[in-house]
Design a protein around this ligand. Structure first.
Ligand code: SF4
Ligand code: SF4
Length: 539
């Protein structure tokens, strides 16, 4: 089916009918995938309650306004927030790049062909990187520029702002993984990812519209109890005891995991999701750092045991509160530097974006902040541990987390490690800074409300599933090749891969598994009696 022509003006269309209805047969094809479940419509009862008029899906769960006054309130708060976005005082963090990005698009559409969402959707107009930017641009022109106010459609300021425009924009802002691949390919340097992020900020800060998992149960919960997972300090300490027991059983010798060790060289911050979903990852870190003789510690302070900072995607205020607290904990411990474990967004948040708010005694000249990947590569380079690559003699490929590779240029350390420990390592195509997002970027990995997971599996993660199947195309036979590993050094990417592998049945059909980088490293440690990775376990 040829995608329906949808214009920016359609975003203001009244009624429940979605602008597009996705069908599996219209999506990008996935070679080597024999069959695929159709996309199921949501329960009819939802139509009365939640707005799904963008594409039939919802992640923010916006309930429909009940009165004209409620509608007007939404519109006036949106306009007030939009005005703030373009005010250098109110939006000192990102006003300038936002303005430049909205002003300099020449509508060449180069960005569309770079966007995994647009391609995976079968090139649906509403998922073009420039589509939502164009809607926002036209609203700005219509309500805030003299020519737009007077001449409207004559100058292209033709998108009316009503509550449905806002509802569709709120969903549209959550159909972009903020991977910024579009930005990388734009000849004008227009940052459509940033435009989307700023739109999310407006919706979250001014209208309280955001996926509950990211703000209410994410950043807000983290500030309230200590972790976005809901884990309190007592729970964290119990988890560490459990990990120590697990490590003892797995490697046959006890390891004491350092917690709140004053004056350690490194404060290691993990995404707390690791402790709950993939405890083997922090366990592997503990084994490696112990074996390499590195001075390190974890923190049991609220926010000190969770590197997550979901403000990165939706909210500057929550972002700043979390970053400052994490840096303050490091200062109080007297560590030499902060190292972020295998988590892409947390690394970008703390190492790069936090520069905007960490100043004075918390600045990076006082307490440097780094990704764990260069440290891990140094362990290999300096031969601080003896590795036996034959222990990892199965097909391995690498997913580059966008925040680490494209945003921060961390590309070589993980390859240096994999080339040293995994003889059957092969790249995805494309890879490195040109990689495609896993589909779970910008918080999508944890957005499991309403019918959004279906969108994530079918569209968000589609390109990654295709890449993985192509990388293992010669070894898909589960009898001859009973174990394949997608290495993803990032919590959110792992969550997305886990769900996508399950959705498409890749473990059962092809024995494709996934996991972090440190697990592979420990699996290759020559001094361990048995494999660290459980080859029969998919979780
Ligand atoms: S590639 Fe850049 S200039 Fe071209 S349409 Fe996209 S954002 Fe605009
Ligand atoms: S940031 Fe990524 S997902 Fe969003 S529009 Fe750009 S390429 Fe597409």
């Amino acid at each position: 089916m040829t995608p329906r022509r949808v214009t920016p003006r359609d975003m203001a269309r009244k009624g429940d009918q979605p602008l597009v209805s996705l069908r599996v047969e219209d999506l990008m094809s996935i070679p080597h995938l024999e069959e695929e479940d159709p996309i199921q419509p949501p329960p009819p009862s939802w139509a009365e309650k939640y707005d799904r008029s963008l594409d039939g899906f919802t992640t923010v769960g916006l309930t429909k306004p009940r009165t004209p006054e409620e509608e007007d309130d939404l519109v006036s708060r949106f306009l007030s927030g939009l005005k703030k976005l373009f005010d250098p005082q109110e939006n000192w963090t990102f006003c300038q790049p936002l303005r430049l990005s909205l002003e300099y698009c020449m509508k060449c559409q180069t960005c569309s062909e770079a966007c995994h969402v647009y391609l995976a959707s079968g090139r649906q107009e509403i998922y073009r990187p420039s589509y939502r930017a164009e809607v926002l641009r036209r609203i700005w022109q219509r309500y805030f520029t003299p020519s737009g106010r007077l001449l409207r459609s004559l100058v292209g300021a033709d998108v009316e702002l009503n509550w449905q425009t806002i509802a569709r924009l709120a969903e549209s802002a959550h159909r972009c993984t903020l991977c910024r691949r579009c930005t990388q390919y734009c000849p004008m340097g227009v940052d459509n990812g940033l435009i989307t992020r700023e739109l999310r900020k407006l919706l979250s800060q001014e209208l309280g519209i955001a996926p509950a998992e990211i703000i209410e149960k994410g950043a807000v919960q983290q500030l309230r109890v200590g972790s976005s997972t809901g884990m309190r300090p007592s729970g964290f300490r119990d988890t560490i005891e459990f990990l120590e027991e697990e490590i003892g059983e797995r490697i046959g010798r006890p390891i004491k995991i350092p917690v709140d060790k004053k004056g350690a060289d490194i404060l290691l911050l993990h995404n707390a999701g690791e402790f709950l979903s993939w405890p083997e990852n922090p366990a592997a870190f503990a084994i490696l750092l112990d074996a390499a003789g590195i001075s390190w510690t974890l923190s049991s302070e609220p926010l000190g045991y969770d590197a997550v900072n979901y403000g990165l995607w939706n909210d500057d205020v929550e972002f700043a509160r979390i970053a400052v607290r994490q840096a303050r904990i490091a200062k109080e411990l007297g560590v030499k530097k902060i190292v972020i474990g295998e988590c892409g967004h947390a690394t970008k948040a703390m190492v790069v974006i936090a520069d905007r708010v960490l100043t004075g005694d918390l600045s990076s000249s006082e307490i440097p902040r780094e990704s764990c990947l260069p440290l891990l590569a140094e362990i290999v380079r300096k031969q601080a541990i003896r590795f036996d690559p034959s222990r990892n003699n199965f097909p391995v490929t690498l997913h580059d987390p966008c925040n680490l590779s494209r945003a921060m240029g961390i590309v070589q350390p993980q390859r240096e490690i994999l080339k040293a420990i995994s003889p059957q390592f092969r790249e995805l195509t494309p890879s490195g800074v040109h990689n495609y997002c896993c589909g779970g970027g910008s918080g999508f990995a944890i957005c499991n409300s309403y019918n959004f997971p279906t969108w994530r599996h079918k569209v968000g993660a589609r390109m990654k599933v295709r890449q993985v199947l192509e990388a293992f195309a010669q070894e898909l036979d589960p009898e001859r090749y009973p174990f394949k590993y997608v290495c993803a050094p990032c919590s959110n990417c792992k969550g997305t891969l886990r769900d996508a592998i399950s959705h498409y049945g890749l473990w059962e059909k092809h024995r494709v598994n996934y996991g972090g980088l440190v697990e592979l490293m420990v699996n290759a440690m020559a001094d361990l009696d048995k494999p660290f990775i459980d080859f029969e376990d998919f979780h």
